[in-house]
Design a protein around this ligand. Structure first.
Ligand code: ZN
Length: 221
């Protein structure tokens, strides 16, 4: 799927899961809203194995080399980064940042990617400047009392939503991929091809309506 659809799927997954997540990590409307954007960002991270992806472009020129490195290490596009193991590791790394007191770093990074993915921020003079604004925003939210204990779950959930989205396309995803199991079976429902009319006219509108309905349920009740 395209970056925009992936972002929407992440936000929708978060809003659907928020009542359950709230059982283990206390959340109010501010956390739910922020979590939707963080999960939207998490839903773009698996495509860091592709130089032209939304996540890679959102992180600026320096990410080209990083994406090539990720692609090489994970065995190519839609290989290692599109596995359950990778989704879990992404969530774990983000949570580690929160536990160690560096929540501003992973949260600002994923928040920035999510804002770009959802097309809420189309352009910025420099990526560094925009990222600095995100860091300032996250630090401000932290001091305003916004909890961050849900971040790891949000990032992992976003990555899982990405895997589901790509599993709808013919290329599928190697869910059980691991460094010791690189030829994992690819799972696919083969419902539509990326960037064709079913994605634009069916999947994207369903996700937008889902977000509006779930958002109303989560925030208004
Ligand atoms: Zn993908």
């Amino acid at each position: 799927m395209m970056g925009y659809s992936h972002s929407l799927s992440g936000a929708a997954a978060w809003l659907a899961a928020a009542p359950v997540v709230a059982l283990v990590a206390p959340m109010g409307p501010r956390e739910v809203l922020m979590g939707a954007v963080v999960t939207a960002g998490g839903a773009l991270l698996p495509d860091l194995d592709s130089v032209g992806s939304t996540a890679s472009r959102a992180l600026g020129g320096a990410s080209r080399g990083f994406s090539r490195l990720v692609r090489h290490a994970s065995g190519g596009h839609r290989q290692g980064t599109h596995s359950l193991l990778a989704a879990g590791l992404m969530g774990l790394l983000a949570q580690l940042g929160v536990v160690l007191g560096f929540s501003w770093a992973p949260v600002a990074l994923v928040l920035w990617v999510g804002l770009r993915g959802l097309k809420l921020l189309r352009s910025a003079k420099t990526v560094l400047l925009a990222f600095a604004a995100c860091v300032a925003g996250v630090v401000g939210l932290h001091y305003a009392g916004v909890g961050m204990s849900w971040v790891g779950v949000a990032v992992a959930l976003g990555a899982l939503a990405h895997l589901v989205g790509d599993a709808l396309t013919p290329e599928g995803v190697p869910l059980m991929w691991a460094p010791w199991h690189r030829r994992a079976r690819r799972y696919t429902l083969s419902l539509f091809t990326t960037n064709t009319w079913p994605e634009h006219l069916v999947v994207t509108p369903i996700l937008v309506v889902g977000i509006l309905l779930l958002g109303r349920l989560s925030l208004v009740g």
